[in-house]
Write a protein of this length. Sequence first.
Length: 584
Amino acid sequence: MQTKTIKLDLTTMKKIVLQTILILLIMLPTKALGQIRRNQVGYYPKQEKVIVVEETDPTKIRIRTPKGKTLRPSSIRQAVSPFSEKTRYVVNLGELATIGKYQISIGKETCNIQVSERPFHNIAKASLRLFYLIRSGVPIELGGIYNRPLGHPDTLVLIHPSAATTKRPAGTVISSPYGWYDAGDYNKYVVNSAFSIGLMLASYEQLSDYYTNLNTEIPESHNKTPDLLDEMMFNLRWLQTMQDPDDGGVYHKLTTPNFEGFIMPSACKQPRYAVAKSVTATLDFAAVMADAARIFAPYHQDYNGFTEQATTMAEQAYQWAKAHPTALYRQNQIHEPEITTGTYADFNSRDELFWAASALYRLTHKKEYLDDALQNQPQRFDTPSWGNVSALGAFEWLSTKQSPLFYDMLHQLTTYCNSAIKNVETSSFHSPYGNNPQDFGWGCLAERCCCQAMALLYADKLQGTTQYRAYALQNADYLLGRNATGYCYITGFGDKSPMHPHHRISSADGIEAPFPGMLVGGPNPGQQDKKDMHNATYPSKIPDESYIDDEESYASNEIAINWNASLVAFLCWIDALTDTFTKP
């Protein structure tokens, strides 16, 4: 083969060199721009306006008001990251109370912040409406561009050998439709579904008037029941099918043997199984059915007979769990077909027993449940998660001041909240969340950021003060962009939000933008997915920077119903407090 020689004149060569340099400059990260970290969604008029600036002289910041007036910040303090040792500047922009858009400039960088009467309303609504978009077993017809045909009817579900009984041997066919897809995958897990409903029902109890008026434009929006409760019922109906009617035990999950590929639900072909009963799933089921029985009682027009049915199912489940305390889910047991999907394995059921006993005592006032709750109460408050639901039990007692454990739980909650806020004034991002290494990990933005804020709002309401709600708003600022990566971690909002979540429908539907209102897991220095990545690389191992917006990253960029449940509970509560942050 002959090599062809191409001769270039000097002018052409100069152009090629200049174009190459320009391309390289565009591709290289720049320290001169993108150094302002701020809430990208919006602020209340009476909310503090704080931004964080990295590696730039903050004294040059200028603020241009909606009326064209130029202002300077009211205060600046220096902070050093406990993880990266980067120097940052926490800048208080001052009392920007006029509704409108403010331009923030520093050197060549400019960005905007928005002050409005209800800055959190649209994002709160989207976080709840997300549950409609991830419904299983029905066509999505009110999703606009996200409409899709029916997938996973789940009317022909097989009893897995791990769940077999004499009356329901392996291969028995049951019908188990509806419910929500759990996360980035298409399976349905009782532990996480019950936890998610429990968290949102706890929020509902504190904000029932707010939810009564919140229209999320779902098929049930025109009935007599608040939309949040209608959405919970769609998943509760599925949960009811997961209880074995012969003994009251509850199957741990409904799943395919292996995770499906990144295809649409209607293209999935694997058989689906009801797998192994577990004590944790059964107790979570008992707790959420007890709560639902009580909360849905006024809505018999739409859900006639549900309260009585759910009460019976809750008590039957509780008795099965008490009789099978060692029935913990262990996926490594040998069965055919082998199950390799999410485990939600939990080898301590004491917190589930506390929650279930607490919920059943509120419903029935039976001494058996009170005794069990007292015997299994936690010694300290921790933010709720599917693996530790003791906080949901605490919320049961905190919902009525006449409860036997009210003051114990309030003391634990207040102790936790006071510890959470004590270092805000020296923190890098001016928030209770994000100051310790343990704040980051799988699902941290939900379990540690949103749920911490929810705890602060509980304390604020129960103590009858307004001191904690300002700290909860600081966590909102962190979530919406005032953080180490500069991401607003909720899809569809802000000017830098995740575009490639680990979510099968968003990957396969041919639409560039993912479902709006999804909270991603967040920075995860564990990087458990690193070994499975082929085209993506984490930018950093620093705890609060260990995040990548890539669908391969299930450890930092997946979505999940429990995470979105925490977002709903948090942001809807903030939206419900609009008057306190807006009016004089």
